[in-house]
Design a protein around this ligand. Structure first.
Ligand SMILES: *Cc1c(COP(=O)(O)O)cnc(C)c1O
Length: 426
């Protein structure tokens, strides 16, 4: 669900035609819809309201400080995975006591920054990290809260292997048997109050069932830990709710909550949720202009001015994004957002960028209306893991980020210049 739609053959973001935005700001450009962000945040908040959860938006999916401000104003906390993301959360006015810090490789510097900020909890992933956290907290003479990240050994078979994180053999967290030992040996530490469990089983997870399995297993672990005298206060169920890469692909927040909330009701646990893409993904499109159209053997290439440097998900995970011209020819119908949709007169094309790599594509074998130089192409569902994964490879300055609010817009990150790219070397 989002607020991008065609009107009279032109793609609109809320009340603005995207072609009018890029006529001023140029391409490639990321355009975000504030109403869509707000819609997804509030859907999750109201679906889970009974549990009074702390929602910690996962910054890594879409990290612009101005986006974080929108979410903070709605009451969101933040899930950070690095010192840099912590700095963003704080720069956006994020409340430290609603910040959780995940990641298997936290450095001393990052840990100290988070202790100084006074975050809500460290999501600890190994015995060594715990010992280090305890040492650093001890040095500072403070006591910090930690959750142990547990692998419930559950995953969604539809999730790409690179984004599965809940299986035993991933690098994340510890398995359930080791969690018991972890508490027995480290659970009474004087510098780190270990009173919480964290799970994050991967993403995107296209049904509530993996959550139900993972939470059920985790609640059994919590019961055992409580019986052993460890008063577990908090459960962080992670993120990974799916987004609509095609229309109707993901369950609604109410569907996830319908199965998850009854499991957690009355358990005496403070609940944390870490949604990322379910808030950010459908809030953004990447706009790009067709540069050239060419044939190579029997393949048709549409070469655009966005590239893997702007959106790496297709090259990185084989991810599929729906894309379509932002301006329709007279008589053309607005498309359903389905990868398999074949518009009248369609041509099978590969949409590629100008980077010197064969993996530089945005889509392959897609049936699209014939396109020509100068046409504007919209890549949908690009708000999450889009701009944040962009690079300057081939010395390509990064695209701007633009936030639309009703009939107005604001450039929330300007387009980089050559000078921005080269300056740190001079
Ligand atoms: C990436 C991540 C998330 C968010 O995942 P989404 O698929 O964007 O919802 C939440 N928690 C942790 C620990 C993560 O690493």
């Amino acid at each position: 669900m989002d607020f991008f739609s065609y009107r009279n053959g032109r793609l609109y973001c809320e009340e603005l035609a995207v072609a009018d935005i890029v006529a001023r700001e140029g391409t490639p450009a990321y355009v975000y819809s504030k109403a869509t962000l707000v819609h997804h945040y509030t859907s999750i908040a109201s679906a889970f309201a009974e549990l009074k959860p702390t929602i910690c938006y996962s910054i890594k999916s879409l990290a612009n400080v101005n986006i974080l401000r929108v979410l903070r104003d709605l009451g969101s906390g933040f899930d950070v995975t690095s010192g840099g993301e912590l700095a963003r959360a704080l720069a956006a006015g994020g409340q430290a006591d609603k910040i959780v810090f995940a990641g298997v490789g936290k450095t001393d510097r990052e840990i100290c920054e988070a202790i100084d900020a006074g975050i809500m909890a460290f999501n600890v992933e190994s015995e060594e990290e715990f010992a280090n956290l305890s040492r650093l907290a001890g040095q500072k003479g403070t006591r910090v809260h930690a959750a142990l990240r547990v692998n419930p050994d559950v995953y969604d078979p539809k999730t790409h292997t690179y984004t599965v994180t809940g299986k035993k053999e991933t690098k994340f967290g510890v398995d359930i048997e080791r969690a018991m030992k972890f508490f027995q040996t480290l659970g009474k530490d004087k510098n780190v109050l270990l009173d919480a469990i964290h799970i994050h089983i991967g993403s995107p997870i296209y049904s509530s069932q993996p959550y139900v399995q993972a939470i059920t297993k985790t609640l059994e672990l919590i019961d055992r830990l409580r019986e052993m005298g460890f008063p577990i206060e908090m459960l962080d169920i992670g993120g990974g709710f799916a987004a609509d890469y095609e229309e109707g692909a993901s369950p609604s927040a109410l569907q996830y909550a319908g199965d998850i909330v009854p499991l957690l009701r009355g358990k005496g646990l403070r609940i944390v949720i870490e949604p990322g893409r379910s808030i950010s993904c459908n809030s953004g499109v990447l706009l790009s202009e067709v540069q050239y159209v060419k044939k190579g053997g029997d393949r048709n290439f549409v070469i655009v001015d966005a590239a893997m440097t702007d959106l790496i998900r297709p090259a990185f995970y084989g991810a599929k994004h729906f894309l379509y011209p932002a301006q329709l020819e007279p008589g053309q119908e607005p498309p359903p957002r389905k990868m398999e949709y074949v518009p009248p007169g369609a041509v099978k094309v590969d949409i590629v960028g100008g980077v010197c790599e064969s993996s530089d594509f945005l889509a392959k074998d897609r049936m699209l209306p014939p396109m020509k130089r100068g046409d504007l192409l919209a890549v949908f569902s690009a708000g999450a893991y889009g701009f944040v994964m962009s690079s300057q490879y081939n010395t390509r300055p990064r695209a701007p980020e633009i936030l639309v609010d009703g009939s107005g817009y604001r450039v929330i990150r300007r387009r980089e210049t050559y000078q921005d790219v080269i300056a740190p070397e001079l």
